[in-house]
Design a protein around this ligand. Structure first.
Ligand code: ZN
Length: 540
């Protein structure tokens, strides 16, 4: 996703949204036991109250025979919000359950342990989160899910972790003047007798709960013609129809770029949806939700649209196996957006984006001595920061320099192909890079993803007749990095010559023979290195 304020200051201002839930034992226990195959949610929404009435049929297999198990589902909080379970049955037999601490413990009550089950759960309540029932900016009532990162269980019984993917269908009953969009394809729309309408959507692709979605509102809908064999549509509030249709009309171009460079589009449709999401854009699989206030009619959202479309491959189809590896979503989408800008607008625009993103990483490192893969992180908005976005993107940029364009894209494509509709860790990506490059990339992955900071260089140089002496010192305290550094020698006559040095010590001096008088040395002239530093012409 993209934060609402494009400056990425979300993590500073939105701490109130923190859910104190560390990756941990709870999910480990669940993974070892359960694998959800399919969710079938029937949900009734109304205008008379914010209570949702729901019946969930969930197909699971157990990795070993069990006599009890648990699903995630928020119970009632002190404000009266949350879900109350009325009845649970397992394989058609009413079962005992206990609903505490956002967990629904289910005891099938059969003496024999079971290896698979269809669980039916009837429940109701006002969602405290996850499904936002509110008024949009025009004062019209809307219902939009906002499941990321783990808010699905605020309104849906599920395994609320990206590692357990399942197919899903939503059968939404709502007043008939609303349109309903949800994950997958529309199966049917049926008028019910009480001025309600049932809208049924089903995703045949397995999804993580974080990117399952429904949106219920009065929408104006437009179809975006394309030759990609992907149904593309725009769903915006009727009052914003003209502006919104204009803003999202160019979605086919980034879609085409990613199809060409990565793989066929992984989902059955692409809908760009105006919504009340707390994010600038939220990449829900096949139906991206964009913050309602960003619709202007001036096509100012291009960066966000490209980023969310890139997520359909990385984030939604290939998903992080644990939240510690969220950069596999955000870093990939950030850099894929940069690559699209390079393709569309050229090298100079691309370079200025990379410089801006590098500055964000540098600024963030002054406040946070943390790493891209961060095992201390909590599952909340703090997952979204310049390490997981821009530093993750910069990692891929430096990897591209290391491998060359052709091998870089082969690694991206192979990683995608192997883990599509599934989950991966950083080590899975590294294995592919190691194997396709024939190199051991341990140090490269380790220093940029698992060490804090970046090279802080003090570069001094002077010329003595036909020789230029250069001294490079790494000033950062945390870790001594190992990297190639391009140095561009600018001669008095304006000619330029670039040499590459391999830096891997605290302090190193180099000597270069030159033919002319050197005026200046420019480090990293083509913007390939994540570093900060200064150059001084001074004898040492
Ligand atoms: Zn994102």
């Amino acid at each position: 996703m993209r934060s609402q304020k494009l400056g990425y200051h979300l993590w500073n201002v939105i701490l109130f949204l923190i859910v104190q839930q560390v990756e941990g034992q709870q999910y480990l226990d669940q993974w070892q036991k359960i694998d959800v195959q399919h969710y079938d949610f029937s949900i009734s929404l109304s205008d008379t109250s914010d209570v949702i009435y729901s019946s969930a049929d969930i197909k699971v297999v157990f990795k070993e025979p069990v006599k009890s198990f648990s699903l995630d589902l928020a119970d009632k909080d002190e404000h009266g919000k949350g879900m109350v379970v009325k009845r649970v049955s397992v394989n058609g037999i009413e079962s005992r359950f206990r609903h505490v601490n956002d967990s629904l413990y289910i005891y099938p009550g059969n003496a024999k342990a079971i290896t698979s089950a269809t669980i039916n759960i009837e429940y109701s309540g006002i969602p405290a989160d996850g499904l936002i029932i509110s008024e949009n900016k025009f004062g019209e009532r809307t219902f939009f899910s906002d499941n990321w990162p783990d808010h699905a269980h605020s309104w849906l019984p599920c395994i609320d972790h990206p590692n357990d993917k399942a197919t899903v269908e939503f059968k939404v009953s709502a007043p008939d003047y609303y349109q309903v969009i949800a994950s997958g394809d529309m199966v049917e729309e049926i008028t019910l007798d009480n001025q309600n309408k049932l809208t049924h959507w089903e995703s045949e692709e397995p999804l993580s709960t974080k990117v399952m979605a429904i949106g219920v509102a009065r929408f104006a809908i437009d179809t975006v013609e394309n030759n990609l064999h992907v149904p593309i549509s725009t769903w915006v509030y009727p009052i914003d129809a003209n502006k919104g249709f204009t803003d999202y009309m160019n979605a086919a171009e980034p879609l085409s770029f990613f199809i060409t460079h990565i793989a066929p589009y992984p989902f059955s449709k692409l809908a760009n949806v105006q919504s009340t999401t707390v994010f600038g854009g939220m990449e829900n699989a096949g139906n991206i939700f964009y913050q309602e206030s960003l619709v202007t009619g001036n096509q100012r959202q291009e960066g966000t649209i490209v980023h969310e479309i890139a997520h359909q491959w990385f984030g939604n189809s290939v998903s992080e196996r644990t939240w510690y590896h969220v950069w596999l979503s955000e870093g990939f989408s950030t850099y894929l957006t940069d690559l699209y800008y390079e393709y569309k607008y050229g090298r100079d625009v691309f370079k200025s984006r990379m410089i801006r993103e590098r500055n964000l990483v540098i600024r963030y490192s002054k406040r946070n001595n943390s790493t891209v893969i961060d095992t201390t992180v909590t599952v909340d908005m703090t997952l979204l920061n310049p390490n997981t976005y821009e530093k993750g993107g910069w990692f891929l940029h430096m990897l591209r320099k290391e491998l060359g364009d052709k091998l870089f894209w082969q690694c991206i494509v192979t990683f995608y192909e192997k883990y599509k509709y599934s989950n991966a860790l950083t080590a899975d990506f590294q294995n592919i890079v190691d194997s396709l490059s024939g190199k051991n990339m341990n140090l490269f992955f380790e220093q940029w993803l698992s060490k804090p900071g970046h090279p802080q260089l003090d570069i001094r140089w002077y010329q003595k007749r036909k020789n230029v002496c250069v001294k490079i010192e790494q000033l950062q305290k945390s870790f001594i990095f190992d990297f190639p550094l391009d140095l561009e020698f600018v001669s008095k006559d304006g000619s330029m010559n670039t040499v590459t040095v391999h830096v891997n010590k605290v302090l190193e001096t180099y000597s270069f023979p030159v033919e002319s008088t050197i005026e200046n040395i420019v480090p990293d002239p083509d913007v390939w290195l994540l570093y900060e530093g200064k150059v001084t012409r001074k004898k040492f």
